[in-house]
Design a protein around this ligand. Structure first.
Ligand code: PRX
Length: 635
């Protein structure tokens, strides 16, 4: 391929030495074995982990879609993520190499991590947190975020991490819905050199959410913040109190959990205005995330793994926190923006810390690509051996740039398709497998997927349809928190017995899967998942707005950008100032990522006779495309 070639190859075969060193050399053969007996495959994987008590049954499918995995087993993911490393050589290995936006580096060994997690576990217990209680975590990208998550897991509490980029109403809604009595936050965080006043946002959310009894505040920015006596405590003060270090030897025993006990809940957007909390468990989840990371990224002891996502999203939960720790990996974690202070920050980090596997999203690649090759070319990226992509389909230009400029044409790109709900990779290659740029290749061993037409029949090769998963997998979501009916209706009812992903896809003649995009009202903005209904309800919560519609339109870097259409209430007049104010309002309520790129004032919205907004029509018109079928349009 020539240097200035911008088109990706149709098929990329991995170099011979990659295949020679790969753990999985014949992916199709492994898939065939797993396919013949998926339960035996997952059981074999589960045996590589520690359990307090082994399972009676691998899969209990007696009440579908409420599947249970490794029933009868006793475990705690902490047993595998931390405890089993203590007393082995891994305890001296770095679990995390963290770099702040200003370049400060902090490292934490497995031994050090174990101690911090123990102490914080005791702090949580001293606040009355018990097994099964929910704890909301609202932190910037700092080491206290994994520490807090792990401490919750250790004592059997259920963590609910709210992404630090979310704002007042998003945080309030999630605290209330999860009924968290403890909130863990920070005085603030840094993004692009600017201060994000997390405690102030949390204070506003807490005014609306009366349920929180204790707030633990990590000192990050050292800016003055309001501390309410009797409610708010500094993290450092608590960690240094005798209660946190009591007993020295084993100061905070790991709670023995049932395999099916909940580990965490994570809110994500769907088709209604109310975000739903996806529930994941200890047992199956640990098997799923560890197996996928070990095989797809072929993790080795010498690797330095960098998943550049935020721990606040599923990618971070599974592949910054749990899977890498279970596998005893060393992870790089970076606090800030990819372009701070210059667009070579990421490449500087790869060089400085010798990153060997980089896992990120197409939107980040496109964002860095526009600054040109000179920035990465200034750095020695020879430590890289594998690259990864997640969050949205990777377009050929971005694939090619990532492959050629960052991977120097040597590194396979693992395009992993999955969801908050799936917990682990569902469609993904392994390094030895021939790639087609833009395709996640095949379902992971033990996973079965199909592409169906509206009647539920598999479509012909090359044809577009609905992507479904046709059998259960260990890291699958177990339910929607407090809403099991919605779990059934949304995911398992369109095609009974099959899990509806919400994505459209096609399978080509060679059996490669190609994801096209969401079929529902979910917008992927820079890889973040937002529901149109949530954005609309944020707009309508402003006094001037009577009705609103939000759509996603293609965007060169973000993948999709949000456009909103607003009908004003009587007495309000459209103006640039009001337009600006509405944008700021959405940002304040939900977070800057949800701020529409464009807001248009209109007198009417296209609706069906049943009163549903026809977003499809708005979308077509926004892109200058034909209207399509408008027979159900009311006027
Ligand atoms: O549309 C698919 C897209 O992201 C959705 C899931 O979003 P979320 O739950 O936020 O999880 C993102 C990280 C796992 C999917 O329904 N998606 C995710 N990965 C890919 C993708 N689309 C294409 N290719 C991918 N590799």
């Amino acid at each position: 391929m020539s240097v200035d070639d911008t088109s990706a190859p149709k098929l990329w075969t991995p170099p011979r030495d990659v295949v020679r060193k790969a753990t999985v050399k014949d992916y199709d053969a492994l898939r065939a074995t797993a396919q013949a007996d998926p339960q035996a495959f997952w059981e074999e994987q589960a045996r590589t982990l520690k359990w307090y008590r082994k399972w009676d049954k691998v899969l209990d499918d007696s009440h579908p879609p409420f599947y249970k995995w490794f029933t009868g087993a006793k475990t705690n993911i902490i047993q595998n993520a931390i405890d089993r490393h203590i007393g082995t050589a891994t305890q001296n290995k770095l679990a995390y190499i963290w770099e702040s936006e200003t370049g400060e580096v902090r490292t934490l060994s497995y031994f050090g991590l174990a101690r911090e997690v123990c102490r914080f576990g005791n702090v949580l217990k001293s606040m009355g947190v018990k097994k099964g209680d929910r704890v909301t975590i609202y932190l910037p990208r700092i080491l206290e975020l994994p520490i807090a998550m792990l401490a919750c897991a250790k004592i059997g509490a259920v963590h609910s991490v709210v992404y630090g980029g979310f704002s007042v109403e998003s945080l309030h809604g999630r605290i209330e819905d999860s009924e968290s009595r403890v909130l863990i936050t920070a005085d603030g965080g840094y993004q692009r050199g600017k201060l994000v006043p997390l405690k102030q946002i949390a204070d506003e959310a807490l005014q609306r959410a009366g349920i929180v009894e204790h707030v633990i505040v990590v000192r990050r920015t050292k800016e003055p913040v309001n501390m309410e006596v009797g409610r708010d405590y500094w993290y450092d003060d608590l960690m240094n109190m005798p209660l946190a270090t009591r007993g020295n030897g084993e100061p905070c025993p790991t709670e023995v959990m049932d395999a099916e006990d909940p580990l965490f809940m994570l809110y994500t957007s769907g088709t209604t205005g109310k975000p739903k909390a996806i529930v994941h468990t200890h047992g199956g989840y640990q098997v799923g995330v560890a197996t996928t990371m070990r095989m797809t990224f072929d993790l080795r002891p010498e690797d330095r793994w960098w998943c550049a996502a935020d721990p606040g999203w599923i990618t971070g939960h599974s592949y910054i926190v749990y899977a890498p720790l279970i596998l005893g990996a060393t992870s790089v974690m970076y606090e800030g923006a990819p372009t701070f202070p210059y667009p070579d920050r990421w490449w500087r980090i790869v060089e400085k810390h010798g990153v060997s596997i980089l896992y990120t999203a197409p939107t980040a690649i496109r964002g860095l690509m526009r600054f040109g090759e000179a920035w990465p070319n200034r750095h020695d990226l020879s430590s890289l051996r594998l690259l990864g992509s997640v969050g949205e389909p990777i377009n050929p230009e971005a694939w090619n740039w990532y492959h050629r400029v960052i991977g120097k044409g040597r590194c396979p790109i693992m395009d992993t398709w999955w969801q908050t709900e799936t917990g682990m990779f569902m469609i993904a290659p392994v390094p030895s497998f021939p790639l087609k740029p833009g395709s996640g290749t095949r379902p992971f061993p033990g996973i079965t997927a199909e592409v169906l037409d509206d009647a539920g029949k598999p479509v012909a090769p090359g044809e577009e349809g609905r992507l479904v998963l046709t059998s259960p997998w260990p890291a699958m979501m177990r339910t929607i928190w407090k809403d099991p009916d919605r779990y059934v209706s949304q995911y398992w009812s369109t095609f009974p017995g099959k899990y509806l992903t919400g994505d459209s896809a096609r399978i080509d003649e060679d059996g490669y899967f190609w994801i096209i995009g969401r079929m529902d009202d979910v917008i992927k903005v820079s890889g973040y998942r937002l529901g149109t209904a949530e954005i609309e309800s944020a707009l309508v919560s402003h006094a001037a707005v009577s009705e609103a519609a939000a759509i996603g339109v293609p965007h060169e870097i973000k993948g999709s950008a949000i456009w909103a259409y607003v009908i004003l209430r009587a007495g309000f007049t459209a103006s640039p100032a009001l337009n600006e104010e509405l944008g700021a309002h959405v940002s304040r309520e939900m977070g800057p990522i949800a701020r529409p790129e464009r807001i248009e004032f209109v007198n009417a919205l296209p609706k069906t006779r049943s009163g549903k907004i026809m977003r499809r029509l708005l979308k077509a018109r926004a892109q200058g495309l034909p209207d399509g079928d408008i027979s159900t349009l009311e006027e």
